[in-house]
Design a protein around this ligand. Structure first.
Ligand code: CP
Ligand code: NVA
Length: 324
């Protein structure tokens, strides 16, 4: 078997030395230009339709580090890597040394010698930034407390499928100013569509992310869900207590009581509006069963789109698929 380590191996199919400068990471939506994001959406569509038949991950491996639970992210990355000809390793923090305190820089440098890309889901965003800093292979953010960029790209892919484009559309965010809200703000900043967020006091999005997007003028934060939903093409929400906030559930239920997406709120939106939720959802809390299981809901197309967009991201960052 040929060596995968960075020593010269005559005839090796693997790169003998990778440097950090060679790798491109995806930690946040603005890491890509608008043109590159449009190319990723087009690539994802060609993968969804079956037109894309290449195997850019052949002979390549993806390490998937999880410090939080996951259904969609884990399965879509693992299946997606396999469909592109590659192999994915599920590394739960319960089993690998990072969960026992092995330093992130060491983990990054070790994994970089075995695998061709690293996907990580964790708590502190700074941990993912540090992983990327020390990794010589691409790092993909599979959710932090701050951001969930893969999910929001899947959501915009769903918007494109339904409306043909994100251009000229209004997106409403109802509820917590959490990792999903922050990624929507980043997307509106990069792609230029209108985003109106309705968040209760004390649960606003990240201030720096919001201020940067507001300088371009198309992102607004309000308190009233009816104002945010008015005329919106997409009405979007998420759980009131994210992973790691379970102990705040009771307090949050009170704070978000007026922020449930129900049929009355959907009636404020455009006639052809869609409802999105990254899932998992709590029916009867942030959304009624009538809405999430109703005709305007696109939550399962949205979940499927995780697979297509992440394949496009992996093909580009790990498989060398050009984005220009
Ligand atoms: N939406 C999402 O990221 O789902 P999982 O937590 O199941 O991965
Ligand atoms: N905001 C949620 C998203 C889950 C996919 C969380 O962080 O738990």
């Amino acid at each position: 078997m040929e060596s995968r380590f960075p020593f010269p191996v005559p005839g090796s199919q693997f790169p003998v030395a990778k440097t950090a400068a060679m790798s491109r990471h995806f930690l946040a939506i603005p890491d890509f230009s608008r043109a590159e994001l449009d190319r990723l959406f087009a690539l994802a569509e060609s993968m969804r339709s079956g037109a894309y038949g290449k195997k850019p991950l052949a002979g390549k491996s993806l390490a998937m580090i999880f410090l939080k639970s996951s259904t969609r992210t884990r399965v879509s990355f693992e299946v997606g890597a396999w469909q592109l000809g590659g192999h994915a390793l599920f590394l739960s923090s319960r089993d690998v040394q990072i969960g026992r305190g092995e330093p992130i820089p060491d983990t990054a440098r070790v994994l970089s010698r075995y695998v061709d890309g690293i996907m990580i889901r964790t708590f502190a965003h700074s941990d993912v930034e540090q992983l990327a800093q020390y990794s010589s292979v691409p790092v993909i953010n599979g959710l932090t407390d701050l951001l969930h960029p893969c999910q929001v790209l899947a959501d915009i892919l769903t918007m494109r499928q339904r409306f043909g484009s994100y251009e000229g559309k209004k997106v409403a965010w109802i509820g917590d100013g959490n990792n999903m809200a922050n990624s929507w703000i980043n997307a509106a900043y990069r792609l230029g569509f209108e985003l109106m967020l309705a968040c209760p006091e004390g649960y606003e999005p990240d201030q720096a992310i919001l201020e940067r997007a507001q300088r371009d003028g198309r992102v607004t934060l309000v308190r009233d869900p009816n104002q945010a939903a008015a005329g919106a093409h997409v009405v979007n929400t998420d759980v009131w207590a994210s992973m790691g906030q379970e102990e705040e559930q009771a307090v949050r239920e009170q704070a978000f009581a007026d922020y449930q997406v129900d049929t009355a709120l959907m009636k404020r939106a455009a006639r052809d509006a869609i409802f999105l939720h990254c899932l998992p959802a709590h029916r009867g809390e942030e959304v009624t069963a009538e809405v999430i299981d109703g005709p305007q809901s696109c939550v399962f197309e949205e979940a499927e789109n995780r697979l297509h967009i992440q394949k496009a991201i992996m093909a580009a960052l790990i498989g060398g698929e050009p984005l220009a």
